[in-house]
Design a binder for this molecule. Structure first.
Ligand code: ARG
Ligand code: ZN
Length: 857
């Protein structure tokens, strides 16, 4: 039965202190927990603790062992009916980390102990009120064989030493009360890279990054990103770090990206380790932003946490907004914004358009793990961004300061958060709250009328949100639409202004508009909506050439390309338009003033997933073919120019991961990618040369992906050379799997299926598994939607195989099948049948069951 927001009740006890003692053994670890408990709720309430897969050895109150008739134990709980008002509870359990393949709780990775407790993993370590509103001060004693060299937990190291029998111990204390999901423990042989940071108040914080032995040099970039994050959070938000030590550990087997455990962040090694040869520029970018994200959680998540898991966006949406702002400052606001919006559209808009659509703050769930979604993270961040746009930077900052001040040390709610902004700005934000409660992407339309004689422009904005499951009737939302005007020759004639669309529709009249304007609306993507306008293609060309808002300049190109591809997919190609588009793109590439990173983004056509969202029902094969034809036309039209730019963007040897150098590489690789759409001998030679000369992994991957598009002998040679070179580097080998998973060629499916039998494939490692399966399902529209249905069958088989031991990773793959209603009936039916097959499978996890059922509703 689902858990509901409306059922929230405070826990009737307080756990003042938690003392944990670990006797680590890979297959039989002893955990003794001593909790200082005090009743805060009604007299006579029972003490109910969560606990799963624990072998209870003993339980005692104030030192007196309880007999089996004094408590009730089932698969999920330990309930003690009669307890005093204040007492000490001691439990002793045994667990088996080596058998834990779900990678939640305490498990082994690469011979080391590590933990992942968010959201509900702590209950597989010991009996505890495993809910985010129970905050406690932790002391942790870890004892293990000396082979497990480093013994780490949250907070400060209090004591450490040697013991009999080749064992040793360490005692950690975390002075900040925290919920159980922020607990962490790591034990094992690790190398450490150290540094320090002096905070704004002059305290010195020791920084330590722990990695696999021999890999310390690969952590240098992450450490540098950490220091920049710490500085930035002081400057941008006045947030200072609070412990004397900050540690990060990289682990190889991890279900997600990373985790913000207090003082001891744990990272998927793919988001921490980077060297030019083994990480792409995209990896560097992600490392920088994820290091920042987890560090920023120290205030938005840890110091102030969530009352219950329905409030997940309180920490995640806000922290994503903070990391996006950081990346914008580090790498350039326009390019960052375009990338963030591309990701939002690819993942969140798709989610919002299907049966798994849910509110940023949902009101019920079966498994909270299923709600670590693009909606809660990315749309959650968009809501914060809109708040800033609507209130202005100063009032926004004042509201956030009030929030930090008022709620420090608490587990709180989205309501309390928004109240701080209402109070600080003096504005009524009641209607704004609907953004948190209503699922679905609003569709905004813009029409205009220009009266040349009166020099007035009136703009009418209208909004509508389609029903989503469980929400048949939608409210109008307050939507900030940033609008500026251009003249027909591209001059700016009116600066940006935020128009707040509050009801269903709104008309604004602007006086003194002296010439026929081109309207540049939704600048900077000021709200997470789809926008349709009455603009003519000619207007879009004006924007594409000259819009000073670079987001909208890029967006104009995307809009034009989308129109051309969809027209062709619908059987009505506009050949003249296609030539015109290629020419305009060529002019944009020649713009000396434009940043190469921006040009690289201009060269990428809307993705097939993005295009599929714009038609109902979608026919992936037609979209793939039409998009391919436009790519080929551009490649033919701009061939020489692309080759010239490819040459000009050649680096001068020394690798640097900075944004400007990465931008040049991005543009080079965008050229190679397009050239592969016109594979004549000279182009193929250029691509082969690009791959063979690649010193940085970005270039090697760009070359490899282009060679897959070309196919044949050069492709096979490159694939085996790459494998031979990198077979012992797991993170690079992951990319070898994922580039093949994304290959849309007609015969690619055979290769992809065969890869699951490859000796290097390991479904137990989430990185390797996702490289192949996620890459396929989310980035290979043509083959996933193969008319035979073999792509769907492959995905369903993989989901079922992995669900047997790692439900969380399995569940994340259900979504691509969930969109079955949006596709042409022949495909939709095949997709639906796979969902039915999954749902009917014996022994299915709650995680997959919840998503498969919702997808079929
Ligand atoms: N809090 C982590 C982060 O966003 C992610 C934890 C993911 N946990 C999960 N159950 N999906 O940084
Ligand atoms: Zn987060």
């Amino acid at each position: 039965q689902p858990i509901r927001l409306s059922d929230y009740r405070p826990f009737p006890f307080e756990i003042e202190t938690t003392h944990l003692s670990f006797q680590l053994e890979p297959s039989a670890t002893r955990v003794t927990a001593t909790l200082k408990v005090r009743r805060t709720g009604a007299d006579g309430e029972a003490l109910a603790l969560n606990g799963e897969r624990l072998h209870l050895k003993s339980v005692a109150i104030d030192g007196r062992a309880l007999s089996a008739d004094q408590y009730v134990l089932d698969d999920e709980r330990l309930v003690i009916a009669e307890v005093p008002d204040a007492f000490e509870l001691t439990t002793e359990v045994e667990i088996d980390p080596s058998a834990n393949k779900a990678l939640m709780g305490l498990y082994m990775s690469g011979g080391r102990f590590c933990t992942q407790c968010e959201a509900e993993g702590f209950r597989t370590i010991t009996f505890f009120p495993d809910r985010p509103d129970v905050l406690s001060r932790y002391t942790v004693r870890i004892e293990a064989d000396r082979a497990f060299e480093h013994l780490l937990s949250n907070g400060n190291l209090m004591e450490a030493g040697q013991l009999e029998g080749g064992r040793h111990f360490a005692v950690w204390n975390d002075p900040f009360p925290k919920p159980a999901y922020l607990f962490a423990l790591v034990a094992g042989r690790l190398d450490v890279l150290e540094d320090s940071f002096v905070t704004m108040s002059g305290r010195t914080v020791a920084l330590k990054v722990f990695v696999d032995p021999g890999q310390a040099s690969r952590a240098a970039y992450a450490l540098d990103a950490l220091k920049r994050s710490m500085k930035w959070d002081e400057e941008a938000f006045g947030r200072e770090y609070d412990l004397d030590l900050f540690m990060i550990v990289a682990v190889r087997d991890f279900n997600f990206g990373a985790m913000e455990n207090k003082g001891l962040n744990i990272f998927n090694s793919s988001l921490l380790l980077a060297e030019p040869e083994t990480a792409t520029d995209f990896d560097y970018e992600r490392i920088e932003s994820v290091v920042a994200h987890e560090y920023f959680h120290n205030w938005t998540g840890n110091r102030i946490t969530c009352r219950d898991w329905f409030q997940l966006c309180l920490k995640e949406g806000l922290t994503v907004f903070r990391d996006q702002s950081f990346s914008a400052d580090m790498r350039g606001a326009a390019v960052q914004r375009i990338k963030d919006v591309k990701a939002l559209r690819a993942r969140q808009f798709a989610e919002d358009a299907g049966p798994l659509a849910h509110a940023v703050r949902p009101s019920s769930y079966l498994k909270i793990d299923n709600f670590y979604t693009a909606t809660i993270y990315e749309k959650g961040a968009e809501i914060i961004r809109m708040l800033k746009t609507i209130l202005g930077a100063d009032a926004f900052r004042a509201g956030l300061d009030l929030y930090f001040d008022r709620h420090d040390g608490e587990a709180t709610t989205v309501e309390a958060f928004i109240a701080c902004f209402a109070e600080a700005s003096g504005r009524d934000l009641t209607s704004f709250f609907a953004w948190y409660e209503q699922a679905g992407t609003p569709a905004v339309s813009l029409t205009h009328a220009y009266d040349a004689a009166a020099r007035t422009l009136s703009i009418t904005l209208t909004q509508k949100t389609a029903p989503t499951s469980g929400q048949p009737v939608k409210k109008a939302l307050p939507i900030p639409v940033t609008i500026g005007l251009l003249a027909q020759d591209g001059r700016a004639i009116r600066d940006s202004e935020v128009v707040l669309l509050e009801g269903e529709s709104l008309t604004v009249r602007w006086e003194g508009v002296a010439e026929t304007p081109v309207i540049s609306a939704l600048r900077g993507f000021s709200a997470p909506v789809t926008l349709t306008t009455d603009a003519r293609p000619a207007d879009a060309y004006v924007q594409f050439a000259a819009d000073p808002d670079l987001f909208n300049r890029w967006e104009a190109g995307q809009t034009l390309a989308r129109g051309l591809i969809l027209a062709r997919a619908a059987g009505a190609p506009d050949e003249v338009g296609e030539e015109r588009y290629a020419e305009a793109l060529g002019r944009a590439l020649d713009d000396e003033a434009a940043d190469p990173a921006f040009k690289a983004l201009l060269l990428a056509l809307p993705s097939e997933g993005d295009l599929a969202l714009a038609v109902d029902p979608a026919d992936p094969a037609a979209i793939h073919a039409a998009r391919g034809l436009l790519r080929a036309r551009i490649a033919v039209h701009l061939g020489e120019q692309l080759a010239r730019i490819h040459g000009a963007m050649q680096g001068d040897g020394e690798f640097s991961p900075d944004a400007a150098s990465a931008g040049r590489r991005a543009l080079r690789n965008a050229c190679v990618d397009l050239l592969s759409a016109d594979p004549h001998a000279e182009n193929v030679q250029r691509i082969v040369g690009h791959f063979e000369a690649a010193a940085a992994l970005t270039d090697a991957m760009g070359g490899l992906s282009a060679l897959l598009a070309v196919g044949g002998e050069p492709c096979e040679t490159a694939l085996s050379a790459f494998h031979a070179k990198w077979r012992h580097e797991p993170l690079v080998l992951d990319k070898w799997f994922s580039v093949q998973a994304r290959d849309p060629s007609e015969d690619a499916l055979k290769r992809i299926l065969a890869l699951t039998e490859h000796e290097d494939f390991d479904a137990g490692n989430p990185n390797r598994f996702r490289a192949l399966v996620q890459g396929f399902a989310s980035a290979n529209s043509a083959r996933f939607h193969d008319p035979s249905g073999a792509g769907y069958r492959f995905l369903a088989d993989q989901i079922l195989a992995v669900d047997g031991f790692n439900p969380m990773t399995a569940a994340r793959l259900v979504e691509p099948l969930g969109s079955w209603r949006r596709y042409v009936p022949a495909l939709g039916e095949l997709m639906r049948r796979e969902l039915e097959r999954i749902k009917a499978a014996p022994g299915l996890s709650k995680n997959v069951l919840e998503l498969a059922s919702r997808a079929l509703e």
